[in-house]
Design a protein around this ligand. Structure first.
Ligand code: ATP
Ligand code: MG
Length: 459
């Protein structure tokens, strides 16, 4: 062990040491069996001093009970020790390297699926890029993924990343370009816009009353009454469809039907349903990544579709009709907005999955550039956090409040993060860590989807 300095001042949670050699901010150091991290380095007339915060020790993950003695020796920490005390997994989903080291950082797929993950950062800071890295790793492990993709940017997971600069970077991370054409399936409710996609239709056979209420979340209590009557009548048939419900509403004597009829007609006209619907066990399958490409779909239809699809997936998962999966929700603030920040048809089911998904093996990956606008009930259920550069003060506040182990000093760090560097926090990590996100094996569609809007170019 290399001695690097001597303690001059100490509390139970942090200490200052005089550094005999050059030390850097964020460097890990060791004192006895305790791991600490440097948060500040100061030059004074009497030398270089570093302020380090205690992370944990071999015997206990918590703060020491008494301060370190002045004069105690401080050493450099080797990678094995850092890995052990921080709790960095040796295997799992390889997302990058611990900053300034060659230590691979892996996330546990089980924790992701049972306890959800969120990727938060301002626009253009690398959220979708990082999420793409996680999805590549899930495909390698053959864990099913469904991506709600409002911009159609994930389809490029099929193609290898042949960007020269990134290929150069890959060497350091020990990866190679690779496409996942066999794993990636694209579905879209508007195949006119997304020609390579498989048409996405939902099953409209024998919708339950709750399904109908989900489709008509703004129905008044009188309209709900009319709907229930129509539903009861339709249910007398072995197989009934939305047109049967519509017929039933038409037969009602209540005046409430006049506002209800056009709402149901509108839903039918959206063509979200068909008897030739997409089987969920085709969408969620071992090794498969299904992309729900919503490019070109009007926002209110997106919400209804996301709400219905997630409801059906959640039911299917509860009945074990499909294997455990991760659902990636891009632009999550649109589908699960915080109270007072707009409404979404999909809010309820997303909240349900966030709180109950863990019991059934249905994980959520929340991706958003507006942390402050995402439903706190959903964010607070996420155990793993990948935070990239964020500058908006409200979003920073929301991030610091929802990510365990971050304090207000971390807010300054988050504002300064360069593209590609993330703060990763959550179980089993003893403290948040800085991670250099690895280059993508696949082509990142974020760039392409922006070009495609003008050039009609699509992968
Ligand atoms: N880890 C990384 N390594 C190399 N380049 C990266 C990395 N992360 C992001 N980039 C670059 O930054 C660009 C923006 O990243 P990305 O599209 O993921 O941003 P975003 O946060 O999803 O933005 P938006 O909110 O607009 O969707 C990418 O096109 C890519 O060139
Ligand atoms: Mg993005």
């Amino acid at each position: 062990m290399q001695e690097i300095g001597e303690i001059t001042e100490s509390t139970t949670s942090s200490f200052i040491f005089r550094a005999d050699r050059d030390v850097e901010k964020h460097q890990y150091v060791r004192i006895e069996d305790v791991l600490a991290q440097i948060w500040e380095v100061r030059h004074t007339g009497s030398g270089m001093f570093a302020h380090a915060k205690v992370i944990g020790s071999e015997r206990r993950r918590y703060m020491p009970k008494s301060p370190f003695k002045v004069g105690s020796k401080v050493y450099g920490a080797n990678e094995d020790f850092i890995r052990k005390i921080l709790g960095v997994e040796k295997e799992g989903l390889y997302i990058g390297l611990l900053k300034d080291s060659s230590m691979k950082v892996n996330l546990s797929p089980e924790i992701l699926i049972q306890k959800h993950i969120c990727v938060l950062a301002k626009s253009g800071s690398g959220k979708s890029y990082a999420m793409g890295v996680v999805v590549e790793e899930l495909m390698k492990k053959e864990i099913p993924v469904v991506i709600i993709d409002p911009h159609g940017e994930y389809v490029s997971l099929r193609r290898p990343n042949l960007d020269k600069q990134e290929m150069e970077m890959m060497k350091r991370f020990g990866i190679k370009p690779r496409g996942y054409a066999k794993n990636v399936y694209e579905f879209s409710p508007v195949c006119g816009n997304n020609r390579d996609a498989i048409p996405l239709y939902l099953d409209e056979t024998n919708l339950t009353f709750q399904d109908l209420l989900n489709l008509l979340p703004n129905a008044t209590s009188q309209q709900k009454g009319v709907l229930y009557e129509a539903y009861k009548m339709a249910k007398e048939k072995k197989f009934y469809f939305l047109k049967d419900i519509l017929e039933g509403i038409g037969e009602s004597r209540s005046n409430a039907k006049w506002n209800l009829l056009p709402q149901v007609e509108q839903i039918i006209s959206m063509k979200l349903f068909s008897v030739n619907y997409t089987p969920l066990n085709e969408m969620v399958k071992k090794g498969r990544c299904s992309i729900i490409n919503l490019r070109g779909v009007p926002p209110h239809i997106q919400e209804i579709l996301v709400s219905l699809l997630l409801t059906k997936l959640f039911e299917a998962r509860r009945n074990e009709a499909i294997p455990p999966l991760l659902v990636v929700l891009e632009e999550a603030h649109r589908y699960a907005p915080e109270r007072g920040q707009g409404k979404s048809f999909a809010s309820d089911i997303i909240r349900t999955i966030a709180s109950e998904g863990r019991k059934f093996g249905m994980g959520l990956a929340i991706v958003s550039q507006r942390a402050a606008r995402v439903d706190k009930n959903v964010l607070s259920q996420c155990n793993t956090h990948i935070v990239l550069k964020t500058t908006n003060p409200n979003d920073l506040k929301a991030i610091v409040a929802s990510v365990e182990g971050l304090d207000s000093s971390a807010a300054d760090e988050i504002q300064m993060l360069p593209v590609g560097i993330a703060i990763v926090a959550g179980l089993p990590l003893a403290a948040p860590i800085f991670v250099e996100i690895r280059p993508r094996e696949t082509l990142h569609g974020g760039k392409l989807s922006k070009i495609s809007k003008t050039r009609k170019f699509f992968v």
